[in-house]
Design a protein around this ligand. Structure first.
Ligand code: EPZ
Length: 423
């Protein structure tokens, strides 16, 4: 038996929703606790499965963790004894690769399971390994594990072939103690990278250029414990903005950094959705059928690939033809077949999805394939006529903190049910 969300379509979302802390900032920040010999306190951590998995991964290495409030996590790596990140945890959550950089940086060695691909792509880590080798680490990949060893890391210049988010984060954490200066060229600009650098500088690291393609790190002797508040989750916030527009609702999405969502905001406005800044958030209201707009995903500040499936649901109901081009991951259209089961008219040609807007969707059982696809299918259920059963919600719970509860607060009809996934 599997767990599913049963969603009854046709209810406009109304009210206000508070966005949780960013999963993709929380994970590297949790990894950075490995660099400090005293407890680090992280506030505004989302209660999502990936954070739980990461906590177990760190605990397995000897790091003590404690929730000192519902969203405040204390991590104490003073008792760090293991440099191994086991296969079963890294397989469950590829972001486990984020312990590689800090372990090499602080301990001079690491043994991290080589993260396999996932539904949306091969997810290579060649740039992570290239950067560590340039810093002086000896890297071997054997029997599914990455073995890294380095007596002393020496600062150097690293040019990244792609602006990899976790690759930039790993190399930043590896270089904070390296001798001399490390320059990372073609670094990722994502807000989650900038948040990690903010925390590292609070710890005493000497870093500049975050948020630009060239980040410079000067090695220091040690880092000190801090308390740091994680930035809001722009992907969760964007998901709720789209959900409100989809249902022709009127929702205030609070605790978001509007500046982190410029690409989505401009696309929603192009589609005719009305957005207003209000308090610490954005009120989104939409009473007309969205206009078809083309989208091309790109590294930050471009349109985020993590909002591509959700935006596709909006375009499936738009007036006219739109094209969504996915440039980041090679297989991130797995939600298309499921949306077509609900009556959407979407054709995939290579990295393009061509969407012919339809007047309405109709509910049916659908299956999630990955984290953001599952969120997109729930959004489709909110507007599909009748009942939609979204299976595979384990994917969703990896990255959304109480998604069902927040949607119910806004008036959605959604509940959890058991389904027999075999048919
Ligand atoms: C991060 O993944 C996010 N995860 C992803 O969010 C997000 O989709 C992605 O960045 C892009 O924004 C976390 O931060 C934990 P990349 P990451 O390395 O770092 C290629 C979600 O839904 N590449 O920036 O793994 C790679 O194949 C998840 O929350 C190399 O070629 O993404 C991809 O095409 C999904 N070699 C592109 O770069 C490398 O060494 C971007 O990957 C590394 C990456």
């Amino acid at each position: 038996m599997g767990r599913a969300y049963k969603v009854e379509g046709g209810w406009r979302l109304k009210g206000r929703v508070k966005v949780s802390g960013a999963k993709n900032a929380a994970l590297p920040l949790m990894a950075s606790s490995l660099l400090v010999e005293k407890p680090v306190v992280l506030e505004n951590i989302p209660r999502v499965r990936d954070v739980k998995t990461f906590s177990l991964l760190l605990e397995g290495m000897g790091v003590k963790y404690e929730w000192i409030s519902p969203s405040t996590l204390k991590l104490d790596a003073s008792t760090l004894k293991e440099v191994k990140a086991p296969h079963e945890l890294v397989r469950a959550m590829r972001a486990g690769i984020l312990v590689l950089g800090p372990l090499v940086g602080r301990m001079g060695e690491a043994q991290v399971s080589f993260p396999g691909g996932c539904a949306i792509g091969a997810r290579p880590v060649d740039q992570h390994l290239k950067g560590l080798e340039l810093l002086g680490a000896e890297i071997k990949v054997e029997r599914g594990y990455i073995y890294a060893k380095a007596k002393k890391l020496k600062g150097t210049r690293i040019y990244l072939d792609v602006p990899t988010v976790t690759g930039t984060e790993n190399l930043l954490m590896a270089s904070v103690f390296a001798e001399g200066e490390t320059v990372i060229e073609n670094a990722a600009l994502e807000p989650e990278v900038v948040d990690l650098v903010k925390a590292l500088k609070e710890m005493g690291a000497e870093i500049e250029g975050e948020g630009t393609p060239t980040i410079r790190v000067r090695g220091v002797k040690e880092l000190r414990p801090i308390t740091h508040r994680v930035i809001p989750d722009r992907i969760e916030g964007g998901t709720f903005l789209i959900a409100s527009a989809l249902t022709k609702g009127n929702v205030l999405v609070e605790d978001i950094e509007v500046g982190h969502l410029e690409a989505l905001i401009s696309k929603l406005e192009e589609a005719g959705v009305i957005l207003h800044k209000e308090n610490q958030g954005l009120r989104v209201s939409s009473y007309s059928r969205p206009k078809a707009v083309d989208v091309r995903t790109a590294p930050y500040p471009g349109f985020p690939t993590d909002l591509q499936p959700q935006f596709m649901v909006l375009m499936s109901l738009a007036q006219g033809l739109s094209v969504i081009t996915e440039t980041i991951f090679e297989n991130r259209f797995l939600h298309v077949n499921e949306l077509n089961r609900l009556g959407a008219k979407i054709k995939v040609q290579g990295q393009n999805a061509i969407i012919e807007g339809v007047p309405h969707l109709t509910g049916a059982p659908v299956m999630s394939t990955d984290l953001r696809a599952s969120a997109a299918l729930v959004l489709a259920g909110l507007v599909a006529e009748g009942e939609t059963l979204v299976g595979g919600i384990d994917h969703l719970e990896r990255g959304y903190d109480d998604f069902k509860g927040k949607l119910r607060e806004l008036g959605a009809r959604i509940e959890e049910v058991e389904i027999d996934e075999n048919h």
